[in-house]
Design a protein around this ligand. Structure first.
Ligand code: ZN
Length: 338
């Protein structure tokens, strides 16, 4: 990559792909050690600051999502343009990303998933995985969890933490209320030897509260749809509509205009969702597929680059310059022709 940069391939790529809209995707920001736990999901302030400085230095034009989508829709050519999108609405966005965006005067869109923002309990599946990652205990006695039944109660936390996490998450999903789920998360922390009070009172794995999101909107931040419970509601049109309606109702308590932009939770979708979204009045939807966006890119399948703590400075620059896009196209071409 570095050699390509110094050979001038980055700047050539940039000229060649200047009309391709770059949409960047971020999630949470690390307020403690989250970036070590999930580097794709949580970024440090330092790195995010460097990213914004790099974009400013490279002279890209930061557009609002709405403006960029309107330009693509009307067939207007874009030039060196970037859109910032942040998914979910994690706590760290308020203290880390928001002030940095303000410093640069950059527009950005927050795709909010509203359930945990309303409930103000910790995002259970991420919290459970974190506790298993964090614990120094090598074994857990599952019989200590109220209501949990298992054939083998004494389990290793280190041998196969993902399947243990899945089991615990399935159990928590069978609980009825958000309070019961939070109580389970808290007791799991205690069982794993982690200070329950400190964990529950930290910023870790909470989403922004609706009051803060309202303040963001009032300061000019664009808030858009990401479903209520971070899923597409099963494989049905009515399930999707329920998720969109609850999400929209939650945000439209303070956003007066109609919400028309959407982001697929975890980037998961299939073609059958496209007409359902269009019928619901959704104009654009972003995926997690890397790539640039042109007037020919379907607006309900916009490409995005997922930036994270795992992405090196040179990889980031390769993506911004369009060099990575050209490599992807070449790979696609070679795989078709071989
Ligand atoms: Zn999401």
């Amino acid at each position: 990559m570095s050699i390509s940069k110094y050979l001038g391939l980055f700047s050539l790529s940039r000229k060649f792909t200047a009309d391709g809209l770059r949409i960047l995707c971020y999630h949470g920001f690390s307020t403690s050690d989250e970036h070590l736990f999930r580097p794709k999901l949580f970024m440090t302030r330092d790195l995010f600051k460097q990213r914004l400085e790099k974009i400013a230095k490279m002279g890209f034009t930061v557009l609002s999502l709405e403006k960029a989508v309107n330009m693509l829709k009307s067939g207007q050519k874009l030039h060196d343009s970037i859109v910032f999108t942040l998914d979910d609405g994690w706590q760290g966005v308020e203290s880390i990303a928001w002030p940095l965006f303000k410093e640069h005067n950059f527009d950005w869109t927050l795709y909010l998933t509203s359930y945990y923002a309303e409930k103000q309990t910790q995002v259970m599946n991420v919290a459970v995985s974190y506790l298993l990652w964090k614990t120094e205990k090598t074994e857990i006695d599952l019989s200590l969890i109220n209501g949990f039944t298992s054939d083998s109660n004494l389990r290793s936390t280190k041998n196969d933490p993902n399947s243990l996490a899945d089991e615990l998450i399935d159990f928590a999903e069978s609980l009825t209320t958000a309070e019961e789920v939070q109580s389970f998360v808290g007791s799991l922390a205690s069982i794993l030897g982690i200070d329950r009070g400190a964990f529950e009172q930290s910023n870790l794995f909470y989403l922004l509260d609706m009051q803060t999101i309202r303040a963001m909107y009032e300061s000019g931040v664009d808030i858009q749809l990401h479903t209520h419970r971070h899923n597409l509601g099963g494989n049905s049109k009515s399930g999707l509509e329920t998720e969109l309606k609850e999400n929209r109702d939650s945000i439209q308590k303070f956003v007066p205009h109609r919400l028309e932009h959407f982001c697929y939770p975890s980037g998961i979708y299939s073609k059958e969702y496209l007409p359902w979204l269009a019928e619901y009045g959704i104009i654009s939807a972003t995926t997690c597929k890397p790539g640039l966006n042109y007037v020919t890119t379907p607006l309900l399948e916009l490409n995005r680059f997922l930036d994270g703590e795992n992405i090196s400075a040179i990889e980031f620059e390769a993506e911004l310059s369009g060099f990575s896009e050209i490599l992807r196209r070449l790979r696609g071409f070679l795989s078709v022709s071989s």
